[in-house]
Design a protein around this ligand. Sequence first.
Ligand code: PCA
Length: 210
Amino acid sequence: MTVLLTGYEPFAEHETNPSERLATRLDGERIGRHDVIGRVLPVEFDRVSEELGSAIERVDPDLVLSMGLAAGRSAMGVERVALNVVDAGGTPDNDGASPRDERIDPDGADAHLASIPVVACVETLLEAGIPARVSNTAGTHCCNHALYTARSVTDAPAGFVHLPLTPEMAASEGREAATSGGSVPPSVALDTQHRAIELLLERCQNDPSE
Ligand code: PCA
């Protein structure tokens, strides 16, 4: 079995992206029965569908698990749904594009549910002592776009996980606020995030549709 595991390059004010680091780290690994093919996608609205679509065509995966950063979240967020919406929400992509209230596919379904076992995935992580939750919105930026695209172009189970900042990112990005009495954004260590992705892949290969 082959899993296509995607991350995103850094974007906006972030100097790194844990999803890029994990896609790179796990590329070539074998997890259970899965050979992992890790790929990093551009944070560009115009290129997400094409790049992910052609990776899916080349790899022909049995499972697609995409990841992205959601700064401010305190737990691994297993996404339940992707909307047929593109809206930068004030965060231009890496090409400077800032679409508002557009559609990913004007002829496509309004939304696609993730086809991995979302609740069971979250339970697996919680049982392992890793903070996780079901997320009922993947937003309307590139991450939502990736899940919508994967669900449109393949029948293989497809899901999306939003990752929190790492502690190093939180310390650096929260520095100004923290040193004047404000708060530091929540974070989860990269090694814990790494373990979480391994557990999710194992859970999905045991019973991808349950
Ligand atoms: N997070 C953004 C886009 C790239 C990423 O890592 C998102 O949540 O859509």
